[in-house]
Ligand binder design. Structure first.
Ligand code: ATP
Ligand code: MG
Length: 313
């Protein structure tokens, strides 16, 4: 449904997206992850025909997005990172207006409007001006507006940004239902690891405009081995334990007071690690073992934790 090859886009001297390829099959959910400024919105804007790539090819359900953007626009839906609702219209009027733009006839428009308003639980607020909506209500209305056209392919740029946990979970449920009931293909961007783990069949991690890792969440997590062992202690400056280069070590991260070691076989290597550290005269305060998460993969490939604004792990 989505086939993007070697997409590149620069703004002046900023290479926002460089040689990014991705493909998404029917009824698949693909999550594009990346830190602020990585190129996620620029990628989505190309995928939805709003920006023309400098180079590369792009097809949506076989239609060439550059040569035939109208055909693509007819089958996609998109919600943007920045909310674009008209404050002077009521929720219902926003949907009515969108339905008319898309040439839905009156009975179909009424039916779909009532369906989507119910879906996003905005029925009781439908006749209020959107200027009076909370951030979460606006986001849900935008999603409703986009779902009203029953697109084949749905692009969501940060669909749950600013939503409370309850509404995030609800949006996740809609997305999953749309895929299973309507066979909709979804590409979304997110900062939230739990969102990607919950929804995505495939995750692409993008950093500095380039795709740095791609795969199923499980496969990506597996690359980090079976476990993470975290040790709290006072370490000498620039301490690297002697087993640092061993084949069973998948990664080592040293932070003041915390040493994190990715290992292939958790419990077995815990004792080896303790022996080594004790021999080096390190006084272990605390030791714990966890399964690596997608957040750890992200940290490994981008060198950054997603703890900047809006980040949820
Ligand atoms: N219209 C533009 N003009 C100039 N630079 C731009 C433009 N749009 C994006 N950029 C730059 O391209 C890079 C990628 O931006 P983009 O918005 O795609 O990132 P993002 O991954 O969506 O970030 P965020 O997580 O903050 O939404 C950034 O360096 C940004 O400043
Ligand atoms: Mg963005």
């Amino acid at each position: 449904m989505i086939d993007a090859r070697n997409l590149t886009k620069s703004f002046g001297t900023v290479a926002a997206v460089h040689d990014v390829s991705l493909s998404v099959g029917p009824a698949q959910i693909y999550a594009l992850l990346g830190p602020n400024g990585a190129g996620k919105s620029t990628t989505i804007n190309m995928l939805t025909t709003l920006l023309t790539p400098d180079s590369g090819t792009l097809h949506i359900n076989g239609h060439d997005s550059v040569r035939n953007p109208d055909a693509v626009r007819r089958i996609i839906g998109v919600t943007f990172q920045d909310l674009v609702l008209d404050r002077d219209l009521t929720g219902r009027e926003c949907l009515e207006y969108a339905g008319r733009l898309y040439n839905l006839d009156a009975p179909l428009r009424r039916q779909r409007m009532s369906d989507v308003l119910e879906l996003v639980e905005l029925g009781s607020a439908a006749d209020r001006l959107t200027g009076t909506y909370s951030g979460g209500m606006k986001r849900r209305l935008e999603l409703a507006r986009c779902l009203m056209m029953e697109p084949m392919v749905l692009f969501l740029d940060e669909p749950t940004q600013g939503l409370d946990p309850q509404h995030r979970a609800q949006i996740w449920q809609y997305i999953k239902d749309l895929r299973s009931q309507n066979g909709m293909t979804v590409l979304l961007t997110t900062h939230a690891m739990d969102e990607a783990e919950e929804l995505a069949d495939t995750v692409g991690i993008i950093d500095n405009g380039a795709m740095v890792q791609e795969g199923t969440p499980e496969a990506l997590i597996r690359t980090l081995g079976s476990a993470y062992i975290r040790i709290n202690a006072t370490f000498p400056d620039a301490y690297i334990p002697g087993f640092g280069g061993a084949e069973w070590v998948t990664m080592i991260d040293t932070q003041p007071g915390v040493l994190t070691i990715g290992v292939l076989h958790g419990a077995r290597q815990m004792t080896t690690i303790i022996e080594h550290l004790t021999r080096d005269g390190i006084d272990i305060v605390d030791i714990s073992m966890t399964r690596p998460s997608l957040g750890d993969v992200f940290l490994q490939v981008t060198g950054r934790a997603l703890r900047d604004e809006g980040a949820v792990r």
